[in-house]
Design a protein around this ligand. Sequence first.
Ligand SMILES: [Zn+2]
Ligand SMILES: [Zn+2]
Length: 410
Amino acid sequence: MQGRELRGELDAFLAETEQDLVAFRRDLHMHPELAFAEYRTTQRLAERLVAAGLTPSVLPRGTGLICDVGSGDGPTIALRADIDALPLQDEKDAPYRSTVPGACHACGHDVHTTILLGASLFLAQQAAAGLLPGRVRLIFQPAEELPGGALEVMAHGGISGVDRIFGLHCDPRVDVGQLGLKSGSITSACDKVVIRVSGPGGHTARPHLTADLVFALAKVLTELPAALSRRVDPRSSLSLVWGRVEAGTAANAIPDDGVAEGTVRCLDEDAWHAAPDLIKALLESVAGAYGIEATMEYTRGVPPVVNDEACVQMLGEAAERALGAGAVVSTHQSLGGEDFAWYLESIPGAFARLGTRSPGGTTYDIHQGTFDIDERAIAMGVRVMATTALTALFESTRVPAADEITSALA
Ligand SMILES: [Zn+2]
Ligand SMILES: [Zn+2]
């Protein structure tokens, strides 16, 4: 691909638009909107995309939008940004701090949104000049924090026909100008489990004539996590941890019901898929041994984000080309959840961590009211996203060399 020209074109584009993009981010930052209420944000985005000659399609709920750049028979590469804010108080002392009490862009989604807008405007220029060998699908997704926005996008055909998908997230522990990448799992799964137990109840003098429900519930609480640690590959780090338990009202009466609530966290996709059935089977065996009835309510959160190796390579090559040699650093798998994972359950893609810390400056954390970024990360993100889309399009349309065909047939 014409790496050098692309970098020069991005330099020229950003020389003109960087200040405007920073202003766009600050406007979003001052007007944060919570999950599925991002009407103003969606409107602002639609206006800018229409002004660039594109035809965005707002999702049916009125928040979030999808927009294609380019057309033709080539491959389709999707770029995704999440647009929602958090129900947190902004504690920054900055002129662009949130004007909405109890709402704040403390996860950097205003930054992701602005970066994707910048990449969209650049790619629209490329398409107008006939330089786009395929289609780029822009996904401005609502409600990542709920979560559920990714499923909403998918329910409305957001990734149908898409070959690969890419996204990024602010990483306040990495310096601006760097991009954290990792193949395989990069975030974790987190689900909720509620267990209800019931039995005849009775006097604590005669547990053998009833079912000793509190004792049985205690067995459930200790046996389930213990058995899981022996039934699941320890490398998956599947952990069931209880956060609430309740049963009984008097010292000398065995209650007839009880409840326990907890979370299941998991680093591995296969173990995550198997978890509900396994926990249910273990629950039934423990409850059966003590003669109580037990039911389980299992609520899926998100699966882990599992990065495709080939896509990570494309993203890495693009980032080196866009930001310079040495810009790509390795990153670790976090215990946090990210609903980008739902896209990767259907199509290959990669999710990266964009450095947002000023070198030598404060290390912030996401989901805290003080969170902020070095705004130079916006231009860096635009460079990475635009270059990644073009790299992926060119690599997907590239005619394989003769020796590659020979080795594929061997
Ligand atoms: Zn978040
Ligand atoms: Zn986030």
